[in-house]
Write a protein that binds this ligand. Structure first.
Ligand code: 13P
Length: 256
């Protein structure tokens, strides 16, 4: 079995001007610019991508990610950004189907599927987000929800394409709430996702695909979460906006 390299991504959401982004990235380059025990990905807003891209062009292991893309190649889609536009800025990853996009912008699993296809076609690795809401967790329908999100979101992809996909399990009830899934709860969900992926694609693909956990990841809980056998990284929101906090998440996540 090929060991899965951990992947820690910072989702800045709608935060940081270009000037603020530069300050944060310069601090991170100093602290973890050569860190090699995990892949580090920064996902700034679109307006800061070029500035961050320029800073990351020096020798560093930190990669650039975007928070969204449009599924069409080009055309009359006011306000949207294509895969080619991201590719030109050396974007290597793109977050797709974040619960905030599903909730506020009505993205469904079919949209996620089309966007994932567009990203893969441009050789940008999709970080596909799935996760249940609080009523779904409490009503014990979370497994069904995750199953549907995976089955519909990843419909029609070849095994080799799935290898390039990163999944992010983000229970909606844990995002920005300070409520983290316990390591046991998160591990149970990750294991369930991997098993379903095995049936959906192949056992080999399931072994290979990295599954990040997201939802109130902080320096204090990163180590225990990331020490679970099926948790291969973190998608960090609020705590990725501060260089100190994000750096200690990265370091704690990789300490066994
Ligand atoms: P928080 O870390 O702020 O809870 O956000 C998680 C998230 O949505 C990352 O994509």
């Amino acid at each position: 079995m090929i060991p899965r390299k951990k992947i820690i991504a910072g989702n800045w959401k709608m935060n940081k001007t270009q000037a603020e982004a530069r300050v944060l990235v310069e601090d991170l380059l100093r602290d973890v610019g050569r860190f090699d025990a995990a892949e580090i990905v920064l996902c700034p807003p679109f307006t800061a991508l070029a500035a961050v891209s320029e800073l990351l062009s020096a020798e560093t292991n930190i990669r650039l990610g975007a928070q969204n893309l449009n599924e069409h190649a080009s055309g009359a889609y006011t306000g949207e950004i294509s895969a080619a536009m991201l590719k030109e800025l050396y974007v290597r990853y793109v977050i797709i189907g974040h619960s905030e996009r599903r909730q506020y912008y009505k993205e469904d699993n079919a949209t996620v599927n089309r966007k994932t296809k567009a990203a893969l076609a441009a050789e940008i690795k999709p970080i596909v987000c799935i996760g249940e809401t609080l009523p779904e967790r409490e009503g014990n329908t979370w497994k069904k929800v995750l199953e549907t999100q995976l089955t519909e979101g990843l419909a029609g992809f070849a095994e080799a394409e799935v290898h390039d996909i990163v999944l992010a399990y983000e229970p909606v009830w844990a995002i920005g709430t300070g409520k983290t899934a316990t390591p046991a709860q998160a591990e149970e969900a990750h294991q369930f996702i991997r098993t379903h992926l095995g049936k959906l694609v192949s056992p080999a693909a399931a072994e290979r695909v990295r599954i990040q956990y997201g939802g109130s990841v902080k320096p204090e809980n990163a180590r225990e979460l990331l020490n679970q056998p099926n948790i291969d990284g973190a998608l960090v929101g609020g705590a990725s906006l501060d260089a100190r906090g994000f750096t200690s998440i990265i370091k704690n996540a990789c300490a066994s």
